[in-house]
Ligand binder design. Structure first.
Ligand code: BDP
Length: 693
């Protein structure tokens, strides 16, 4: 029993009311057929058995017989054939499709079955609109080949992190009670939801690989194969997080040195067995030398050495290794002001550019720190032109309200993906290269590392705990497919698919409410939490709720340096950690200078006095007060709006209401603690005389 999310049966009404012809073979074409058949059974249409009728929708592989041999079906596939001819013989491309409508027939054409599936979901999104007027053939292709969700799921319940590390939606959809779930129907339903967004890969276990989970690579591989079987019909490949120490932990070798022949041989043999069991296995994900995980440093080897050993084992089978760049010293001496965690990934990896194999993908968190509400783009993204980079996002809301707060993340991702690491002309046309973060992830012709995100899904009825957090999962997939999409438009898609059926077709008033609650919710969250890009200030361990000094005197490298005179981290070249020097121009200078550093990142890059005046004319201290009062007001307004909303689902309404109560309580707690802290430190009262505890 699970919420249908963005695929309620009624979302298929327009498709299901048609006569539909599906042409082609293959597993995924079979999925398309089954989807259509189910929709037609419900909504009165029919799946055509051959190409002799007059369908309203044709979904066809370009190689399907009736298209290849025109005489086979003169009338039916005529429109499809014309569309194809209009292509001028050029390939539609892997996973891509052409969508067109002419002479009353809507046509989806694809070169491979995955494209047909994505095309079908496009038609579903359009609804009746897909069946009106004429539509010139539009090609659709994913920006990047890899669009992946990492699940930080444990098989055993971890004593501190629970079953899903940083999970806020109940247990794992894969694992339960120390083993695989008996019933994988939910996994199948999940794969279907993901396919409708464009995601095509999942990792089924935590990047922190504990004892039991390590065995998924060998004696528990059957459990992984079972998951692969469930998701394969939806075009999704399974990847596995593995521990670098596998050759020792599983293979009984005395070493995991990546250059030791026995170790290389062990990886090769083990990987061969993986592919014998799961022929379309995607590859490995590795967190090494980070937060206690083993890695190549123990053997005096580089991370390129480590990644390449696994890449070599995977290469014969077309697999890839996602090697994470999240490597830093989490036991640093907090008394030494010169260490800077923000520098770590660039310090470690930039010198290795060009030394990774082709099938080694360096997976870089989008910011230099750790999924904070506001961070600059990681300088690593601009520093490794000869390496395939994947950009990693966090859909699970570890630092953005833990799925108790409404925080629609697409605007943050969009800003990050659209960022030009090499600068941009003032007219927006771009610098010399004009490339964005999204371009780097996509790579030339889509063969870059793509986008990866930490999933927010669990065994909760709504999948994501907070029903509105479904929008983040949906938006991740859509932006991974096409980073140019607008967050508000993606939200519209999600609202229409999810709520239109229950709202009798017109989610109009609800649409307005949800936009008012969600469009700006990331900025609202930012306002009532840590100010001006300084980050953290969360309760240690679980990271929920405010604790300004929670991490200040610990070895984690996440400091704000507030004292009676000022606040912020000096990361300049002139007087600080030199982090600004990791950026190419113009950002290196833009961030270095107080005059040009964007306000929202001020305290990330600079330590300033409380009286420092921001670009909008407010002082830092007054900005802190103003934003914290405003943020709480906005949260309260959200709650008021939802009170009157009618989503057509009383249980969902009640769940969101409850969570908004908690959000408001927590936002007030943040406001009071942050305001009180900085009032006491600075002694500067609020210019508007509001109450500060
Ligand atoms: C941090 C999380 C931690 C993860 C780590 C990672 O707090 O649970 O293990 O990221 O990305 O944000 O590996």
């Amino acid at each position: 029993d699970v919420h249908p999310a963005w695929l309620p049966p009624a979302a298929f009404r327009a498709v299901g009311a048609r006569r539909v012809l599906v042409l082609g073979d293959g597993l995924l074409t079979g999925t398309v057929r089954a989807e259509v058949e189910q929709a037609c059974a419900r909504h009165g249409g029919a799946l055509e058995q051959d190409a002799t009728g007059s369908p309203g929708l044709v979904l066809a592989l370009s190689t399907a017989a009736p298209l290849a041999a025109p005489s086979a079906a003169p009338s039916v596939a005529a429109a499809a054939r014309e569309v194809l001819a209009g292509q001028g013989g050029s390939a539609i491309g892997e996973e891509g499709y052409l969508l067109a409508r002419r002479d009353g027939v809507t046509v989806v054409l694809a070169d491979d079955p995955a494209g047909l599936l994505y095309g079908l979901f496009h038609v579903v999104r359009l609804g009746e609109e897909a069946f009106t007027g004429e539509r010139p053939a539009e090609p659709h292709r994913p920006a990047a080949r890899r669009r992946m969700l990492d699940h930080w799921d444990n098989i055993d319940v971890h004593p501190v992190m629970g079953q899903v590390e940083r999970g806020y939606s109940g247990g794992s959809i894969f694992w339960q009670d120390g083993g695989p779930r008996g019933d994988l129907a939910r996994v199948r339903a999940y794969a279907r939801l993901l396919a409708a967004t464009g995601v095509n890969a999942i990792t089924v276990n935590n990047v922190n690989v504990h004892a039991t989970e390590a065995h998924l690579l060998t004696d528990r591989l059957g459990d992984v194969a079972a998951i692969a079987d469930e998701v394969r019909p939806y075009g999704i490949r399974v990847h596995l997080s593995v521990t670098f120490a596998s050759p020792m932990r599983l293979g009984g070798l005395p070493t995991a040195d990546p250059l030791d022949e026995r170790v290389r041989e062990w990886w090769a043999r083990t990987t061969e067995h993986v592919y014998a069991t799961i022929p379309d296995f995607g590859g490995y994900v590795v967190k090494a030398d980070s937060e206690g995980q083993p890695g190549p440093f123990a053997y005096g080897r580089s991370h390129a050495d480590g990644a390449n050993t696994l890449a070599d084992a995977l290469a014969p089978f077309g697999g890839v290794v996602h090697w994470r760049a999240f490597v830093y010293n989490h036991r640093q001496d907090w008394r030494d002001r010169s260490t800077d965690r923000a520098r770590a990934a660039h310090d470690h990896f930039a010198p290795l550019d060009g030394r990774f194999r082709d099938n080694a993908i360096l997976q870089v968190k989008h910011g230099p720190m750790d999924f904070q509400t506001r961070e600059p783009v990681s300088p690593v993204i601009a520093a490794m032109p000869s390496t395939r980079l994947a950009v990693e996002l966090q859909v699970t809301q570890e630092y953005t309200g833990q799925q108790r707060h409404v925080c629609y993340l697409a605007p943050m991702w969009k800003e990050m993906l659209g960022f030009g690491p090499w600068g941009r002309d003032t007219d927006g046309s771009g610098d010399g290269s004009g490339r964005t973060v999204a371009d780097v992830a996509a790579g030339e012709s889509g063969d870059g590392g793509g986008l990866v995100a930490v999933s927010n899904v669990g065994d909760d009825f709504y999948w994501t705990g907070h029903p509105l957090a479904q929008a983040n999962l949906y938006a991740f997939g859509r932006l991974a497919w096409d980073p140019r999409l607008e967050p508000a438009a993606v939200l519209d898609e999600w609202i229409d698919l999810t709520f239109a059926p229950a709202a009798g077709g017109d989610p109009g008033p609800l649409r307005r409410t949800l936009h008012a609650m969600m469009d700006g919710s990331w900025r609202t969250y930012e306002r009532y939490t840590a100010p001006l890009g300084v980050g953290f200030m969360v309760r240690p361990g679980h990271h929920y709720g405010p604790d300004v000094d929670g991490y200040e005197y610990t070895p984690w490298g996440t400091y704000h340096f507030a004292d009676r005179d000022g606040v912020g981290v000096d990361r300049t070249r002139a007087s600080g950690t030199g982090f600004t020097g990791q950026y190419p121009q113009p950002w290196s200078d833009v961030y270095e200078s107080l005059g040009t550093c964007p306000d929202e990142l001020l305290l990330f890059f600079h330590h300033v006095p409380y009286g420092h005046v921001l670009h909008d004319g407010t002082t830092v201290i007054q900005h802190i007060y103003d934003t914290h009062f405003a943020g709480v007001e906005e949260a309260a307004e959200s709650r008021r709006l939802w009170e009157r909303a009618e989503p057509g689902d009383p249980a969902l309404h009640a769940r969101v209401m409850e969570l908004l109560d908690e959000q408001l309580r927590c936002a007030e707690e943040w406001r009071d603690q942050i305001n009180a802290y900085f009032f006491r430190k600075s002694g500067v009262p609020d210019a508007r005389g509001r109450h500060i505890p």
